[in-house]
Design a protein around this ligand. Structure first.
Ligand code: SF4
Length: 347
């Protein structure tokens, strides 16, 4: 059975047309889902009763169940949802009042196969890809939570696919979800406001460059040499830094877009002054921006945040070498808004 939330607007219209309904009925269904945040056909008031029954009988309709919601003092909200098969996923809402941005961080897989040494999600291993509907519904649930039932203001303005899982390993479902989230008759979140994060899946970065020249790309680098990166990110043994940067440069040339390199600063792991110099040398001349992220502690993995002076030194080295760099504002640390942590604590 098809899931209504994995169909784009035209696909809903076509699907209902095949069952004998005029195009405007499909438009109404799409509007209920994405302009009003209504998932249950019973609440789609302007549809005839028999169409509402048809929707219930003919489609699955993903409707994530919230099982935990925690709000930090800075307004960050972390959600834990249960999927229809009982698995759990996380999403995070991040408000940036100073720039009037409302961001959501969305998961793309249950668990993750990539085993990064610092990541709580990686500990659990990979379970399955999320469907496009499960990806889309996280956005709907966060929008509904922040705006309430009027589904209007505030509007989510930015989406980062940076939650649980490796987004590019679930390429087709992710791109279908992107199309639905971007549709101007629905949630209408601009393609340039969407960012896909990857641990460095080179063939999929190449595929992305071929298929979408608008969406943002963020690469989790976390180490400036293969020896260290092999240790903390096993994917580097398959696609090393040289291959990764070749794909990234190709992506920049094809799309004209600046790429973000994420670098989680972990105490005594990747935060030394020598590594900062290596990173500056590695990235010199690439149209990029480095986002330094002080690690959220993961006690069971021994991950700690460096002290402020170390973070500042790392930043200054990059800055003095004319690498565009920012230190990510720490958000949600009071609710452990790091990949995989809420899920582990709720058990
Ligand atoms: S950091 Fe990302 S790619 Fe690495 S294990 Fe965690 S979820 Fe997977």
């Amino acid at each position: 059975m098809k899931d209504l939330k994995e169909l784009g607007r035209n696909q809903i219209i076509e699907s209902l047309k095949k069952a004998g309904y005029p195009a405007y009925r499909g438009e109404q269904v799409f509007n209920w889902l994405y302009k009003n945040g209504i998932s249950q056909p019973a609440e789609m008031k302007n549809l005839p009763k028999e169409l509402r029954a048809f929707l219930v009988e003919s489609y699955q309709i993903t409707d994530l169940k919230e099982i935990n919601r925690s709000q930090a003092t800075d307004g960050t909200v972390k959600y834990l949802w249960e999927l229809a098969d009982g698995d759990n996923i996380e999403g995070v809402y991040l408000p940036f009042p100073e720039s009037n941005r409302h961001s959501a961080c969305i998961s793309t897989q249950v668990g993750c196969a990539f085993g990064c040494s610092f990541c709580a999600t990686g500990i659990e291993g990979f379970k399955r890809d999320l469907t496009a509907a499960e990806i889309v519904d996280q956005v709907l649930k966060i929008q509904l939570d922040i705006s309430g039932e009027n589904f209007a203001e505030p509007r989510l303005s930015n989406i980062v696919f940076m939650g649980m899982g490796e987004p590019l390993a679930n390429f087709d479902n992710l791109m279908q979800a992107v199309e639905i989230i971007n549709a101007d008759q629905g949630l209408n979140i601009g393609m340039r406001k969407l960012t896909i994060s990857t641990s460095g899946l080179v063939p999929k970065i190449e595929k992305l460059a071929e298929t979408n020249d608008q969406i943002g790309l963020a690469v989790s680098l976390h180490a400036p040499n293969d020896r260290l990166r092999n240790k903390i990110m096993p994917i580097n043994k398959k696609y090393n830094i040289n291959q990764l940067l070749t794909a990234v440069i190709n992506y920049i040339e094809k799309t004209g877009r600046r790429v973000t390199f994420e670098y989680v600063l972990m105490d005594s792991v990747n935060d030394s002054p020598e590594l900062a110099v290596q990173l500056a040398n590695l990235l010199r001349g690439i149209n990029c921006h480095v986002n330094l992220i002080p690690a959220n502690p993961v006690p069971e993995l021994g991950i700690k945040k460096p002290v402020k002076s170390v973070i500042d030194n790392f930043y200054n080295t990059l800055d003095q070498n004319k690498i565009q760099v920012t230190i990510r504002k720490e958000m949600g640390s009071t609710i452990d808004a790091a990949c995989g942590q809420l899920k582990r604590q709720t058990r």
